[in-house]
Design a protein around this ligand. Sequence first.
Ligand code: ATP
Ligand code: MG
Length: 362
Amino acid sequence: MKKIILTGDRPTGRLHLGHYVGSLRRRVELQNSGEFDKIFIMIADAQALTDNADNPEKIRQNIIEVALDYLSVGIDPAKSTIFIQSQVPELAELAFYYMNLVTVSRVQRNPTVKTEIKMRNFEANIPVGFFCYPVSQASDITAFKATTVPVGEDQAPMIELTREIVARFNHIYGETLVEPEILLPTNAACLRLPGTDGKAKMSKSLGNCIYLSDSTKELSKRVKSMYTDPLHLNISDPGHLEGNCPFIYLDAFCRDEHFEKYLPDYKNLQELKDHYTRGGLGDGTVKKLLINILEEELTPIRERRKQYEQDIPAVYDILKRGCAEAREAAAQTLAEVRRAMRIDYFDDAALIEEQARRFRNA
Ligand code: ATP
Ligand code: MG
């Protein structure tokens, strides 16, 4: 069986460090591993509209931002197909059929949807489209026969639902769709990177982000204002690591060689953590180290972005080509789905013949 990847992001803003550690960094590695037959990366504008119906301009503006972020982290259009969800209408048709295979209570139990409904104050009136987006996500994944979906932990319930839909579809209509596997980050800090406020996951909708395209100055400002340990008032106080943002970010980004370069008094992160918990290490030193490490990681990304920004029409061309390619793949799956569901009436000579006979004999 072919190995195929599908992942994506909502164009609700520029991409941030949560996307980077939760999914983007891995995508680039997988892309360059040569192990996959096809890689599809989707800008999920239709999904973003499910909770931004009154603000389509926001989505329209952010498509190019997400595309620039993709290209600047190293997603290579020669190896990966980048496309825009709404330009592949086959996805909507698939979702329409899948909705019959899922119950309302099944979607209501989805913990990510539950949190998001609360976050958006949708409790009293959830848009139907928003409520159904996990089903539409199942069609995005299955349309490309994806075997592997590299995403953050919040997406686990969506992949679970997709697997259920696939199993149910194949059971009713015959083996047609492929059950995908989720590929989660291996490092715990990357599963759900917290925002700079330390409260929830870093999320565009919460304004607690460090963006991949932030300048050196913005980055430094955001790290300096990060939530640390409220009990660590004086440098000599013992510090706590739990929920301490700079340390969580170091878990996600730091390698031993960074110490030699930026903080040679310590060999590795464990030594730094030990000193902090013992007392005698200030938050400023930890934050300075983090700024250096993030700067090193983000500088080449920023530079590549600057280059792509010089030729925006070329970026739209990349997207247009990607959409055509994605549409072809999705159309093929949709044809198989229609055949399996036996709604391919005009291609079904036996059906026409059978009906003709029935009426002749009547
Ligand atoms: P929005 O607030 O509009 O939902 P978002 O910041 O949650 O935006 P999405 O576009 O919903 O971002 O997520 C895209 C991908 O990035 C998903 O695979 C998701 O799991 C991953 N991701 C998003 N935020 C984080 C995070 N803080 N830590 C790890 N992974 C994340
Ligand atoms: Mg989200």
